[in-house]
Design a protein around this ligand. Structure first.
Ligand SMILES: C[S@@+](CC[C@H](N)C(=O)[O-])C[C@H]1O[C@@H](n2cnc3c(N)ncnc32)[C@H](O)[C@@H]1O
Length: 197
């Protein structure tokens, strides 16, 4: 990943915020408090949803991605409302939990065999009544990756055992044209707490 960022081989990078996340933020539809974006890349989404009521942590394993994010947004008027962190999502143990975790193009970027670990980590990082938002992409039939193909069932398979249920899954009408029809928005909450499973 770091080499991709170093060489500018980042075809996933929109260079601007993800429209549906911006829409959810602008319409007051996102939980306030502390939010986490794992695999945040150059950080546009982190800054887009940061505000006085919501501190957003963007983390990425790539030093070059985090340097780029910091460079792009160091002068942002919202600077006190977000933090960029170079770390591995799977081993990171913060002292405070999150009210919201947004996953966009991170689930599809990791090896499919790591998906159960991804779900367990989301569970560990989110407050019991916190919300997980997933942009489920790319929903298609291609082989290999990254990005690896995904389906709603792939998310359910790993999220259900750790107590999450989809509150809402809809087509993402605001997907950028090349991704339209291959992207859904999923909003998940924990219904059963892990300790009682
Ligand atoms: C496909 S990119 C998506 C970036 C961003 N979400 C976007 O939509 O532009 C996946 C990102 O995940 C990061 N990544 C991969 N494995 C990671 C890990 N274990 N922990 C944190 N970040 C990771 C990569 O460095 C890369 O920036």
């Amino acid at each position: 990943w770091d080499k991709c960022w170093e060489e500018g081989l980042t075809p996933w990078d929109l260079g601007s915020p993800t429209p549906v996340l911006l829409h959810l933020h602008n319409t007051g539809s996102l939980p306030k408090g502390r939010a986490l974006l794992p695999g945040c890349g150059s950080g546009h989404d982190v800054v887009a949803i940061a505000c006085a009521e919501r501190h957003v942590v963007g983390l990425d394993i790539s030093d070059n991605a985090i340097k780029r994010a910091a460079q792009l947004f160091s002068g942002s008027p919202k600077a006190e409302h977000f933090t960029f962190l170079k770390t591995d999502f799977f081993t990171w143990c913060p002292t405070q939990l999150f009210d919201l975790i947004c996953d966009y193009t991170f689930f599809c970027a990791i090896e499919p065999k790591l998906r159960s670990m991804w779900a367990q980590k989301i569970c560990d990082l989110l407050k019991p009544d916190g919300e997980l938002i997933t942009l489920i992409y790319p929903i298609d039939d291609h082989e290999g990756g990254p990005p690896y193909k995904v389906s709603v069932a792939d998310y359910e398979e790993v999220l259900r055992p750790v107590g999450f249920k989809a509150m809402n899954i809809v087509d993402n009408e605001l997907a950028i044209p090349p991704r339209k029809g291959r992207e859904k928005l999923g909003r998940w909450k924990r219904t059963v707490h892990q300790s009682s499973l």
